[in-house]
Design a protein around this ligand. Sequence first.
Ligand code: FES
Length: 163
Amino acid sequence: MIDVKDKNIIEIKKYIEETKGMEHSESYLIAVLHKVQGLFGYLDREIMDIVAEDMNIPTAHIWGVATFYHYFNLEPIGKHVVSVCMGTACYVKGGDKVLNALETELGVDVGETTEDGLFTLQEARCLGACGIAPVIMIDDKIYGDLDSKKAVDVINQYRKVAK
Ligand code: FES
């Protein structure tokens, strides 16, 4: 039986095959990287080697493009992505303290994933909810009017559900 990884690889190969002839356009490469991230959650090294071979582009060039754009994840991400808003409104209302509290609670720095694979911590610019600053977003859910303790309480709710 074919596993999910093999199925995703076939889908990426098919996508590259269908759009042959555009290999040298950077926007095409970015579209392929989005496809990989959409299927795997991040740019898996083994898959990127396959992409490089199929597109006939040096792997180093692909990594150069991938690292230039912040929206590509180069490492596996956690089950939940916690984005702490560092926009002006959130910052002046203590967003930095919320971030410090979450770094301590989760035992990771920004950009890292917890050992249990449950959370990836990120910084964000304005999340569009300045009226309830300071704000964090977990996956696509916004939590506002936070302080350090409330932010840790939110994290604990997710931990409870994961048990
Ligand atoms: S600055 Fe944080 S939501 Fe706008």
